[in-house]
Design a protein around this ligand. Structure first.
Ligand code: ADE
Ligand code: ZN
Ligand code: ZN
Length: 242
């Protein structure tokens, strides 16, 4: 996601933290708000961490084949990076600086795991090389999903959060019980549909926008709520000095 997507996810997550988790998060972030650190991982232009934001796989895998392929991907991908940062946050021997960095990564990467085009094909760099037209300008399938559909909606940050965060308690409970592997499987299923639904060079019309903007809302809300779920599991029982 771009700036607006990541900030919305972090703000939604913040609304779903327990009081103790919110305190722990604030300590680890040295007083910064989650939205303020949500794009830090993209600002750091270090080439070695670029693959931590996505997962590339061939299309057409069954659920079982998908799990198998993800498990065999090695360490530099969004799945392994999420597990690694969570392990750092759980480890009592991690330093405050290590936890600060791990938390900034986790806030960002749970978001990217929910962007369908971040679980996508290697050949086209997750849609980056699939050129499209939208709003009278050239773009590509990846950028369309990172930011262009959200920009087209024209909402402020506060409006995005109130419009996208609609989940009821039963939905929240279900989403927070799904594992990172399931979040990625959902993204993979959506990206499979997105690849089939557009051809290189095509103009993205209002029908496409109307069809998929609810999916953008859903993925951002799920990312925020699941991020809160992970943080509540990690930090709710953290003893804090008063
Ligand atoms: N961003 C940059 N390269 C990418 C890739 N290969 N897949 C998904 N997202 C990306
Ligand atoms: Zn992206
Ligand atoms: Zn990213």
């Amino acid at each position: 996601w771009g700036f607006k997507g990541h900030r919305a996810i972090a703000t939604i997550a913040e609304k779903h933290l327990t009081a103790n988790t919110a305190k722990a998060v604030s300590i680890y972030l040295k007083g910064a708000k989650m939205s303020e650190v949500s794009t830090w991982a993209d600002e750091n232009k270090d080439k070695t961490t670029a693959p931590w934001h996505y997962l590339n796989l061939p299309l057409g895998l069954s659920h079982e084949q998908f799990i198998d392929a993800v498990s065999k991907q090695g360490s530099d991908n969004v799945y392994s990076a999420i597990l690694k940062e969570e392990a750092i946050l759980k480890d009592k021997t991690s330093s405050p600086d290590q936890k600060n960095e791990a938390l900034k990564y986790l806030i960002h990467l749970v978001g990217d795991a929910h962007q369908p085009m971040h679980v996508s094909r290697k050949e086209d760099k997750g849609g980056n090389t699939i050129q499209l037209q939208f709003d009278g300008q050239g773009t590509n399938l990846h950028s369309l999903w990172d930011s262009k559909l959200i920009d087209h909606e024209g909402l402020s940050e506060a409006e995005i959060v109130s419009k996208y965060d609609w989940a009821n308690p039963a939905q929240i409970k279900k989403w927070q019980s799904d594992s990172p592997m399931e979040w990625l499987w959902e993204s993979y299923q959506v990206s499979t549909e997105l690849y089939a639904d557009i051809k290189p060079g095509q103009r993205v019309d209002d029908t496409y926008y109307q069809k998929y903007i609810p999916t953008v809302h859903l993925r951002i809300d799920q990312a925020g709520i699941r991020l809160a779920g992970e943080l509540n599991r990690l930090f709710n029982d953290t003893p804090l000095k008063t």
